[in-house]
Ligand binder design. Sequence first.
Ligand SMILES: [Zn+2]
Length: 672
Amino acid sequence: MHWSDSIALDIVKRSPDKDIYTCAAGISPSGSIHIGNFRDIATSYFVVKALERLGKNARLLFSWDEFDRLRKIPKNVSDIDQNMEQYIGYPYVDIRNPFGDGCKTYAEYFEKEFESSIKKLGIEMVYRYQADMYRSGKYKEYVILALSKRKEIFDILDSFRTQESSEEDREAYYPVSIYCPICHKDTTQITELSKDCVNAHYRCVCGNESDFNFNEDFNCKLAWKVDWPMRWMYESVDFEPGGKDHASPNGSYQTSKIISEKIFGYQAPLFQGYEFIGIKGSTGKMSGSSGLNLTPETLLKIYQPEIILWLYSKTIPTKAFDFCFDDGILRQYFEFDKQYDAYQNQTADELTNVVISNCLVGSRKIHTVPMGLMVQLGSVVNFNISVLQTVFKKLGTPYTEEELMERLPLAKYWLEHCAPENKNTLRTTRNWHVYDSFSEQEKEEIRLLYIYLAEGGYSLEDLNHKLYEIPKFVFPDIHDKNELKKLQSAFFANVYKLLIDKEKGPRLYLFLYAVETDQYLRLLDFETPKTELELTAETAAEETAAPEEENITVKEPDPVPAVKNMISFDAFETLDFRVCKVVKCTEIRKSHSCLKLTLFDGIGERVIVSSIKKEYKPEELIGKKIIVLANLKPAKFSGVMSEGMLMAATNNACGCKVIFADDSIPEGTQIK
Ligand SMILES: [Zn+2]
């Protein structure tokens, strides 16, 4: 059973006869919405679909938490405007838009940015803008209710705290923040409250002091753990997912659940915690998408909307998965196509049917043009659409121009921005340098291939067969299968070297068959003498090649030290070594030796300083996973507080080398 179906069954079991079921999601427009936050919507979206499969009415209710206070300025904001710090404490909806693009407020800018991706993903949802909800007075009676039960709320919150609290704390607690009309911030403190909890007196850090009537003034907001359950009740929410940090036993959900039941008399919705989303490979030249601020909009440049949804749909919420910027993306396209085709042909199993039907966008039909071939062959023919059409036709899988255009821009974008090393570009001149290094037999193989291709008139199968035959013919004495395989692979690699300066490429027979021979045949013809151009290229290469080898000096390794004193296993266990991902890395200007690394340690970001500036450039570390001693007491280096130490090996023979962890290990994994 699909995970969304089992959640839907639980929902219906709890409340069997609702006219309409509400699955909620909510995000603060605190900056560009990251694909990790998008899981909030995706999870609820699939549960809505599952409820509909059960014949129920269901809605996806999405809350823009734009009435929350600004806590931190995201980097892409401070990069364009250094004066945003003054807005800390403002609700997002009252902050001016620093981007100057027509949107009125900070909140609106990030909301619009995200909503346009949501449309492309075909997701329909009911939007709630929380600033409007509060400021129109819709919640006023619940604000007053929360104030009247403030001591009970305090006690519930207190039961989750580890620190002792005093009766004074309890007296001074108000679960409401008033936004100051003078300075616009929430830096206010209620000093008096009338018995009926309607009239208050408050003071603001800015000096403003005033009265507040909760029946008439609505510029105030409930504290997060009270606000959340109030809205569950207000909207009659049946299900809401949340990041795994909310899901922990002491997390917001548990607290809000009790407040929901005890304060608002509402049975808390079912909850599903979800894992973070990872990124594999380097986002390379994709702008504004390094590390933690990757948006769905960025993903849509390389993923079809259906495949983005498919990844969320096929993975249970408690499992992490990666969006791939490396060639893992080709594998994902391949797997999607396999499932999609099975779904279309009605040969898929029940689970696959649900996974695929969950991620269809409207009535749009996908044309599963193999992305691997599109990338490999597309680059050879410069993504010329009509040439590509011929290529696929020759391969026996014709597509219309329209069908090819669904994936072509994505393939091209990925290749150019994320994986330029996968580009296959035909050489302009023959590679004499490589050819001259071949043995006589290897040269003979090339000659035979050239004659065969020049003659033409072969089918795809003929050509495939011929490619395996040529080495057999040139080495008639080799009968051992493995030996022969090696010779065949070497022959294919030689052809690639001559054509595209690489040892590997797309399947050779497809490549040679799909690309018009007149585009590459001359690169395999070594009977005609060197051209003027080739001769000049050679001399130029010789002149620049010479000094290259000089710098390599082999240094003596350090003497191997004796093993240190024994420690107990318990002592070892106190060390918290964990795998962290480098999300940001910058040079510390004042320091000759130190780099500042911002890491994701599985829980949040942490900054460490490491004296590896001479050994590594920041771009060599970004996106890599390293091992960090996470519970080393923080210390200041070059003016920056370092929260941990990375593992590196230093030896005279190699200098200082950082120990990198395998990319498949999730961030936060402990080393034991
Ligand atoms: Zn103020």
